[in-house]
Design a protein around this ligand. Structure first.
Ligand SMILES: Cc1ncc(COP(=O)(O)O)c(C=O)c1O
Length: 452
């Protein structure tokens, strides 16, 4: 048996991000202005985002070098380990080789900080002093709060009300890093007030929190910009450092994946692990099974419509061509808070539509069964979101046991679950409910997407 951990030295850390836009099987359709429905210009996007990030968003350049100051901050925890899951393999008695990229070792406990540091850096370079954002379970708000504290910027976080109330320690964590956390919808923004009137007693949603954070940026006159933790091209690009490192690490042990798995909320950690390998399938003809995993309670890729839709409830963001459950969708309260978003990255949507990758949806009980198995075999308490990838990795490895195939399975361990103990407790107490989304939700989505 070789080492558990396949490491890279800091000097081996990739120094450029991979932008998949020029390599898409079908060109990406342009973002549309939320009011005119015409293709959004760079100026339109710059009302919300820093100009440097708008340039990345629209870029057709394949490689973008990582600035030195960002590399310096990354060196606090990167390169992250690639772990061979020998103990899990033994437990399930599989001939498959299972590897996972461990993004839970970051200061924020998840992959989200890979883009928050980059976004804070470019905003600062563009003269912005404050960032506003939304957060569901708190992972993204934590990552942005840390990045802002490291780069000496202010950070305001609109936290979905249900999580604000249920996850007080996440809030304290963000406040520890200097984040100003508000329970969304608030009564401080037009969007928040409108939502409270329209949906009395609402527990909030990511779509609502995004509306509030965008409004604050738009009305600031340029000092505040909005920062999004997933979905956008530049965010997914920042995450490719995960897969680029994993590629080098697998090369060190002479291996290459047959199956690449990531959980999928807005699509950023999935893009991070998968995109750096996709060229080998699209242009090199390599047979790789790319699998994005989502919850049955929020089945964006598996049951959503392929259509242009807004990213938020109040229709303030540009329209993106994506899979969507409708911008008014409020998902059932499952514990994988980071996977409860109505839409998905347009790149991931495009690649799914083109058949380069596929998506599967899981109930939360089998996900937690896999999380417990993983914790007991590998010693790591993973996030409920990451549990979706673990479940599929285990199922693929079990399938190999049946067929006798020695496949190489790679998945992304997007974060740890140290703040998710109520979810683990609910599972252990047999209190977790599985949700299948009623068809009426999909019909509502159909009615709500803009008719262009
Ligand atoms: C640990 C973890 N994994 C995955 C996700 C899903 O986001 P994305 O699809 O952008 O990676 C989240 C979102 O908050 C998360 O916290």
């Amino acid at each position: 048996m070789d080492e558990y951990n396949i490491m890279l030295s800091v000097n081996e850390m990739p120094d450029a991000w991979y932008n998949i836009a020029p390599d898409m099987p079908a060109p990406l359709e342009p973002p549309l202005h939320p009011v005119t429905h015409q293709p959004a210009t760079a100026d339109d996007l710059a009302a919300i985002f820093a100009p440097s990030l708008v340039a990345q968003e629209m870029s057709q350049e394949r490689w973008h070098s990582i600035p030195g100051e960002v590399m310096d901050i990354f060196r606090l925890w990167r390169p992250t380990p690639l772990r061979r899951a020998y103990r899990l393999e033994k437990l399930i008695d599989t001939p498959a080789r299972i590897y996972y990229k461990n993004e839970s070792v970051s200061p924020s406990g998840s992959h989200k900080i890979n883009t928050s540091v980059a976004q804070a850096y470019y905003n600062k370079m563009d003269g912005v002093s404050e960032l506003s954002t939304e957060t569901g379970a708190g992972q993204w708000g934590t990552a942005l709060s840390i990045a802002c504290s490291m780069l000496d910027m202010k950070c305001t976080v609109y936290m979905v009300r249900v999580s604000f109330e249920q996850k007080p320690y996440r809030r304290v964590l963000m406040e520890t890093y200097g984040g100003n956390v508000k329970a969304s919808p608030t009564d401080e923004t037009d969007a928040g007030r409108m939502m409270r009137e329209q949906f009395p007693g609402t527990t909030g949603s990511l779509g609502m929190a995004i509306s509030e954070a965008v409004e604050v940026a738009v009305k600031s006159g340029g000092s505040v910009k909005y920062s999004l933790g997933s979905v956008l091209n530049h965010v997914c690009m920042h995450q490719t450092i995960i897969g680029l490192e994993a590629r080098k690490q697998l090369e060190k042990v002479g291996d290459y994946p047959d199956v690449v798995i990531g959980c999928c909320g807005g699509g950023s950690n999935y893009s991070g692990i998968a995109f750096p390998f996709m060229q080998d399938k699209m242009k090199g003809g390599r047979d790789i099974d790319f699998i994005a995993v989502e919850p049955t309670a929020c089945p964006t890729l598996t049951r959503g419509l392929y259509a242009y839709d807004y990213g938020d409830t109040a229709k303030m963001t540009p329209l993106l061509k994506q899979y969507t459950l409708g911008h008014n969708f409020v998902p059932p309260g499952i514990h994988a808070g980071g996977l409860r978003y109505h839409g998905v990255a347009q790149t991931v949507a495009n690649l799914t539509h083109a058949g380069v990758m596929r998506a599967v949806a899981l109930h939360q009980n089998p996900v937690f069964e896999a999380l417990i198995q993983f914790a007991q075999a590998e010693g790591i308490l993973a996030a409920p979101e990451s549990g979706h990838a673990i479940r599929v990795a285990i199922d693929e490895a079990k399938h190999c046991r049946e067929t006798g195939e020695a496949k190489t399975i790679l998945f992304n361990l997007s974060g740890h679950g140290h703040f998710d103990m109520t979810a683990y407790q609910a599972y252990l107490n047999k209190e977790l409910k599985d949700f299948d989304l009623d068809q009426s939700f999909i019909d509502q989505a159909e009615a709500s997407v803009p008719k262009l």
